[in-house]
Design a protein around this ligand. Structure first.
Ligand code: B4P
Length: 192
């Protein structure tokens, strides 16, 4: 199995690229953001609990996403591996993921980190707001908070993964196809 993280700040293209990579390499695409938004749309108890947290651009509690991911790993069938999109977002989530994979005789093979300039992140998210209607994309104060939360709570995962020799930065500036080609080179290498 080939398991990797697609990593980067909000608006770096994680979701966009993950859909394309999952299709090309037959991977299960596990996006905690999508899972949480589905809970909100279905008006479940969990959805009601997380909607105000997400609307402010804060992270939902670690135990919520860890439990969601574990269930998805166990239900996946006929895939070449797992592509984790937007998860983990804290060092605690990373430790939990390593344990989850380890218990199932797997590991994190790589962390692909999309590097994108700050102004471009804001531009992309503001642009998406018009189409997505996502409350966390509509307000630039919330967008800036999401980026600050990323720098404070999520970015420390990079040092953690660097120590494990799995950190791989990727230039996330340019067209969606250019970035997809760069990522595909790395994933092809991992797959062979
Ligand atoms: P996510 O759903 O993970 O969303 P995101 O980080 O905001 O966006 P993403 O990075 O996937 O978007 P993309 O760049 O592809 O998280 C949302 C919220 O959920 C979090 O704030 C948090 O509250 C909660 N959450 C999720 N996971 C969690 C976890 N593990 N723990 C705790 N809380 C969690 O796309 C952005 C836009 O840019 C799109 O419009 C796209 O079309 C455009 N774009 C992409 N690439 C482009 C390019 N190359 N050029 C131009 N535009 C591009």
């Amino acid at each position: 199995m080939l398991n990797f993280l697609i990593f980067g700040p909000p608006g770096s293209g994680k979701g966009t690229q993950s859909v394309k990579l999952a299709e090309k390499f037959n991977l299960a695409h596990l996006s905690t953001g999508d899972m949480l938004r589905a809970e909100i749309a279905a008006e479940t108890e969990l959805g009601r609990k997380v909607s105000s947290i997400m609307a402010k651009g804060e992270l939902v509690p670690d135990e919520v996403v860890i439990e969601m991911i574990a269930g998805k790993i166990d239900r996946a069938e006929n895939v070449a591996g797992f592509l984790f999109d937007g998860f983990p977002r804290t060092v605690e989530q990373t430790v939990a993921l390593e344990k989850m994979l380890n218990d199932r005789k797997m590991k994190i093979d790589s962390m692909l980190v999309l590097d994108v300039e700050h102004d471009e992140l804001v531009k992309r998210l503001v642009g998406r707001a018009e189409l997505s209607g996502r409350p966390d994309d509509k307000d630039t104060v919330v967008i800036e908070n999401r980026i600050a939360v990323y720098r404070g709570k999520t970015e420390p995962i990079i040092s953690y993964c660097r120590e494990r020799g799995i950190y791989q930065p990727v230039n996330g500036m340019g067209s969606i196809e250019e970035i997809f080609d760069r990522l595909s080179v790395h994933v092809s290498r991992l797959a062979n």
